[in-house]
Design a protein around this ligand. Structure first.
Ligand code: CP
Length: 311
């Protein structure tokens, strides 16, 4: 019962068996997190660096909490305030940190492929916490965990990804994971935010929000990533909200139960209105809560520990 990979660089590299193992292991850690003492001693001899070259709230706190719950020693590195500003390279930075006997690296970077590059140069296990517009594998795992928890499984479930598919690493990781696990996926947004030939990944493209909502069991609404758009790809946020935003009036008019998800941070009033984000349909905060158990599973399985995890 081990993963087929040494690093978690992306969902693309995982087998369905890996994903199943990760989700089942996360089930056990979710149980651990319900106990009065939420900590297990599994990684007490392991030191992990959280290397964040790009901003984060949820992912960074979630990894740090997962590490602490596993009794690992943790170090937090952010590029701002470090010697990166003096011109130190990524490999030099990481090799210096690893020379202090660090065992695992969790890394977020604005450059797509940065963790893959690093994996070729260092021996420690690497977990990709989001690389540019490429992948965000632990987000897709926690999304899958949350869908499975809410709907009982992934196979045959109809999942729609709404919004800025072009710039979203969450979209790509979700597409890889959901199609590998037998879910049906539609991506829906303005034509300028849908990559050409995305159908080759096994998804269907829609430009019609209402029809897509009528079809889906789950709506995973993604953030408009203005910081990744070199030039505007739609006329205004107001217009985007009008044609592609999801609000309560629209959702109520569909007349069926739809699970609403969002990876965060939400642009409230743009892709999602507060009356939906805060509604009974939303499992957004469950996603965040599940992220800790999922990241504990990732770290545990990559560390290759086989001891008193769930005793
Ligand atoms: N979902 C997510 O990655 O959020 P952060 O950017 O806050 O980590």
């Amino acid at each position: 019962m081990s993963l087929s990979v040494k690093h978690l660089l992306g969902i693309k590299d995982l087998t369905p068996e890996d994903i199943d193992l990760l989700l089942r292991t996360a089930d056990n850690f979710k149980d651990v997190l319900q106990r009065p003492i939420k900590k297990v001693p599994i990684l007490r001899d392991t030191t992990i660096v959280n290397l964040f070259y790009e901003n984060s709230t949820r992912t960074r706190i979630s990894f740090e909490l997962a590490e602490k719950r596993l009794s690992a020693d943790t170090i937090n590195f952010t590029a701002s305030g470090s010697s990166v500003s003096k011109g130190e390279t990524l490999i030099d930075t990481v090799q210096n940190i690893l020379s202090m006997k660090v065992d695992m690296v969790v890394m977020r970077h604005s450059a797509s492929g940065a963790p893959h590059f690093l994996a070729k140069h260092i021996n420690a296990a690497i977990v990709n916490a989001g690389d540019g517009i490429n992948e965000h594998p632990t987000q897709a795992l926690l999304d899958a965990f949350s869908i499975r928890e809410k709907l009982g499984g992934l196979k045959g479930k109809k999942v729609a990804l709404f919004g800025d598919i072009m710039h979203s690493r969450v979209a790509l990781s979700n597409i890889y994971l959901l199609t590998k696990m037998g879910a049906e996926v539609i991506v829906c947004g303005p034509p300028t935010l849908i990559p050409k030939h995305i159908e080759k990944l096994g998804v269907t493209v829609s430009y019609d929000v209402r029809k897509t909502l009528e079809w889906c069991d789950v709506a995973n609404v993604l953030r408009i990533q203005l910081e990744r758009q070199n030039k505007p790809l739609f006329s205004s946020l107001r217009e985007y909200s009008l044609y592609y935003g999801i609000n309560k009036e629209l959702l109520d008019s569909i007349g069926k139960e739809i699970v609403i998800m969002h990876p965060g941070p939400i642009n409230r009033g743009v892709e999602l209105n507060s009356d939906v984000a805060n509604s009974k349909h939303s499992i957004i905060l469950d996603q965040v809560q599940n992220g800790v158990a999922v990241r504990m599973a990732v770290l545990y399985l990559l560390a290759g520990k086989k001891d008193e995890a769930f005793g």
